[in-house]
Design a protein around this ligand. Structure first.
Ligand SMILES: Cc1cc2nc3c(=O)[nH]c(=O)nc-3n(C[C@H](O)[C@H](O)[C@H](O)COP(=O)(O)OP(=O)(O)OC[C@H]3O[C@@H](n4cnc5c(N)ncnc54)[C@H](O)[C@@H]3O)c2cc1C
Length: 421
């Protein structure tokens, strides 16, 4: 079994990077995931000199480790959004998630980012019978409050969607899509390079201080003076950036991928080829890969765990859903950090003079690219009033500075909820 991301192994791309750190630039971006690359591309297209600094390799973080589910909506449900922000603001936030999908699809088509993007729809499946009642209520709510149309699948109809009997019905959102994360990262990095962005790998930013007319960044390759700095480190935000670090909670998510199944077995498991996730707190998510494997992910634990150990748990979980895979080998196992925030909303803005975008909470594949675009607009002085997320403040809590010591407690709480409700 390979302990690395299937996507990266399936599409081992090289990026045009440089090892020479320039002495100064207009915009320095810390982190070369989807957020950083999108911000860089859109800022450089308007003439700014942009340098991206990545501690490992381009796309090393969550951006090449995710499941490639380009989903509608946010971490908070439409009902939760309305309850917290009122109908009008909730509609704007939800609308932005749909706009993000359209924006990314348009970018992919316009820039020839061949990344297997397909609007296959997502399927949220009910883990308990009572959860299906919740899906019925959600469908009605989305239709009446957001004019967003989804399709219910009753337990009796589930065989047309999934080759398993464990779920009690589901809800299809036909707008969601699937894509190949490593191909998307590679395509964005190519465009950024062509737009004049200088990208450095193996260049961690160790310190960042205010200086005359900007900031001084201490990196492993020397010092860089930047007029503006963007922090695009999400679930990998280092302790050195303490004002942001105490606002973002890294939570591990784990994935396994089988050997190729062949078209017939893959179609037996997921006949409609959708992006699937269930209604638990410790949720399972799964999909077919472009070469007809099963990708199966889950949280497994709120405390760090070795990939091999997590793979054993996930394999048992996978067999609980698809017992027909009993003799099928697991070829890949890996994990990555999902960036959560205390209010479960994604955020972008300015903190102590540093610009940032992060906290997508498992909905970052398209949101990160869209947030990068809007952050670039802000840096370029464009009117950003139309984007509702600039109004939100990213909350901190007095009890969290560097180490998310409370995660095991949260994990235990959610396990109890999953067991009984
Ligand atoms: C296992 C997993 C599955 C997921 N599945 C989905 C999914 O199916 N759908 C979905 O919408 N979202 C999903 N997500 C979330 C999604 O992948 C992220 O929201 C998105 O990739 C965030 O991109 P980013 O560029 O903000 O952060 P990242 O891609 O994590 O990039 C941050 C980068 O910052 C770099 N960095 C950190 N510190 C420094 C420093 N000091 N100096 C230089 N560089 C630094 C890191 O090396 C890293 O490369 C998943 C995440 C995980 C982990």
């Amino acid at each position: 079994m390979k302990e690395l991301s299937f996507w990266r192994d399936h599409f081992p791309f090289e990026t045009q990077t440089t090892s020479a750190l320039p002495p100064r630039c207009d915009i320095a971006i810390i982190g070369a995931g989807l957020t950083g690359l999108s911000t860089a591309l859109h800022a450089a297209r308007s003439g700014a000199s942009v340098v991206v600094l990545e501690q490992e390799r381009i796309g090393w973080g969550a951006s090449t480790r995710n499941a490639g589910m380009a989903l509608t909506g946010l971490k908070l449900s439409p009902e939760q959004l309305v309850k917290r922000y009122g109908r009008e603001r909730a509609r704007k936030f939800y609308r932005a998630s749909l706009d993000a999908l359209a924006f990314v699809q348009n970018l992919i088509e316009h820039e020839n980012l061949a990344c297997d993007f397909h609007r296959c729809g997502d399927l949220c499946v009910a883990y308990r019978r009572s959860h299906y009642q919740g899906l019925i209520a959600s469908q009605k709510f989305m239709r009446e409050e957001f004019e967003h149309h989804t399709e219910l699948v009753s337990a009796a109809e589930m065989a047309r969607e999934l080759g398993t009997k464990v779920y009690h019905g589901g809800l299809i959102d036909p707008l969601s899509a699937g894509l190949h994360p490593a191909k998307l990262v590679a395509g964005l990095a190519r465009c950024a390079h062509e737009a004049g962005v200088q990208m450095l790998e193996a260049t961690p930013v160790e310190e960042c201080h205010r200086a005359q007319k900007g900031f001084e960044l201490k990196t492993s390759h020397g010092m860089l003076h930047a007029k503006e700095v963007v922090v695009a480190t999400n679930g990998y935000t280092p302790a050195a950036l303490r004002h942001l670090r105490r606002r973002i909670i890294p939570v591990g998510s784990y994935i396994i991928v089988t050997v190729p199944l062949g078209r017939a077995l893959a179609e037996e498991l997921l006949p409609t080829n959708r992006m699937v996730y269930d209604t638990k707190n410790f949720l399972f998510y799964f999909r077919r890969t472009p070469d007809e494997r099963l990708l199966f992910g889950g949280r497994t634990s709120f405390t760090p765990m070795r990939d091999r150990e997590a793979a054993n748990i996930l394999r048992a979980d996978m067999l609980s859903v698809f017992p027909q895979l009993h003799d099928i080998e697991i070829e890949y196992a890996w994990h990555g950090n999902v960036g959560f925030t205390f209010d479960q909303m994604p955020h972008l803005g300015e903190q102590n003079g540093l610009h940032y975008a992060m906290g997508y909470g498992g909905h970052g594949v398209v949101m990160s690219v869209y947030f990068g675009y809007w952050l670039a607009q802000k840096l370029l002085g464009a009117d950003t009033h139309a984007f509702p997320f600039f109004e939100l403040q990213m909350p901190a809590r007095f009890f969290y500075r560097k180490r998310p010591w409370f995660l095991p407690l949260a994990g235990a709480y959610y396990r109890v909820l999953d067991r009984w409700f």
